[in-house]
Structure formats: C-alpha cells, structure tokens
Design a protein around this ligand. Structure first.
Ligand code: COA
Length: 172
C-alpha cells in the first residue's frame, strides 16, 4: 500500500504536517533545493498507487496519490569521535565519515502505525548500500528531543556519552 521513492516536485510538500513546524518547513522550502545541489537526498513514503490512495481516503484520511505520508533525508557528514558512544569512539580516528539522517517525520495523523519504523529501516538499508561504495562508519542522528531519541534507541541507535540526543548506528 505504500511506496518509498526519491522526493520530486510532483509530491505535495505543502500538504504535509508532522506537527513539528521546522520539519514541515524544511520539507516545503529546503528539501528540493538541497537535493538539486547534491547536499542531501530526501525519500518520501507515498500511497503505492491510485487504488491505495483511494483506500486511505475511504478510511477517513485526507490522502491523494501524490500525498507525502512521511519522509527522511540522508547526507554525508564528518563527526568528531567525541560525538560517538564511548565504545565506538575507541575504535576510530578523531574524525570519521558518517551518513547523517538529517530528518525523519511521519504525518501527524499517521504516527504510531509503523511508518516511522519502515522509513528508518529503509534509511539504514540505503546507508548500508551507499557505504559499500563510499566509506561511512554508520548512521548519525541529532534527535530533536528526548522522545525522538527514545524512538531511535528503540531500534539500536546508541547515544553519545553525555550527549543523549546525538545517536549513532554502526554499519560496520
Ligand atoms: C518519531 C516518529 C518519526 C516515529 O514514527 P511513528 O510512525 O510514529 O513510529 P512507529 O509507529 O513506526 O513506531 C515504531 C516503534 O517505535 C516506538 N516508538 C515510537 N515513538 C516512540 C518514542 N517517542 N519513544 C519510544 N518508542 C517510540 C513504537 O512504540 C513502536 O514500537 P514497536 O515496534 O515495538 O511497537 C514520528 O512520531 C514523528 O514523525 N514525530 C514528529 C517528528 C519527529 O519528532 N521526528 C524526529 C526528528 S529527530
């Protein structure tokens, strides 16, 4: 019922609302610009096809075929070992390449239904594939708040020592 694909101008960015204004605005105003400049890549969850969109609408959701149900963005980054969990920091030189999970958000009215898990699994899969071609020690995320950090920890992300909102998922 759901398809994951790269963000394009065809998707309805203005109709997306995850309840966190900076994330909405980033999707609406910045995501495509950054994509065009090669700064980050954004992937969106959309209804798999017209019948899927229709089924969502029948269930009471304001959904059309080009509606964005959730999104995440990936970019390359360098992080200092001070921003890694202590156990990981010992293994690496002072500064290492990582894949930054810049943003992850689900439509407010569809949260708690497993979409976040699906998008996170897709992000890990893409980061792992990319790391085969371009070195990346793991996925790194700056969580927005403690609740978001708990979500990532639920899936094996490890907090940096003394910095619970900086989380790392080793790919090696
Ligand atoms: C955080 C967010 C992406 C989670 O997505 P979601 O679709 O609501 O989460 P899911 O339904 O996929 O939940 C998957 C699992 O994570 C758990 N989970 C979800 N939110 C959690 C939280 N705040 N703390 C701990 N666990 C959490 C669920 O209980 C579920 O566990 P289970 O698989 O064992 O049942 C979503 O709530 C969201 O978009 N929030 C607003 C934007 C935001 O804060 N983004 C993070 C930016 S850093």
């Amino acid at each position: 019922m759901i398809r994951l694909e790269a963000l394009t101008g065809h998707h309805d960015r203005n109709g997306f609302d995850c309840g966190v204004l900076p994330l909405n605005l980033w999707l609406q105003q910045t995501a495509l610009q950054h994509q065009g400049k090669g700064i980050s890549r954004t992937f969106v969850a959309v209804p798999a096809d017209e019948p899927a969109a229709h089924a969502w609408a029948q269930s009471g959701y304001d959904v059309e075929a080009n509606s964005i149900l959730g999104f995440y963005a990936l970019a390359s980054a360098f992080v200092l070992c001070d921003d890694l969990p202590a156990k990981q920091a010992k293994r690496f030189p002072r500064q290492i390449p990582v894949t930054r999970l810049g943003r992850l958000a689900i439509r407010a009215d569809m949260q708690g239904q497993g979409l976040g898990r699906l998008l996170l699994a897709d992000a890990v899969h893409r980061a792992r594939s990319a790391a085969q071609a371009v070195g990346s020690a793991g996925l790194f995320v700056d969580a927005k708040n403690a609740a978001a950090a708990r979500f990532y920890q639920h899936y094996g992300f490890l907090p940096a020592s003394g910095q619970p909102l900086k989380l790392f998922f080793p790919l090696g």
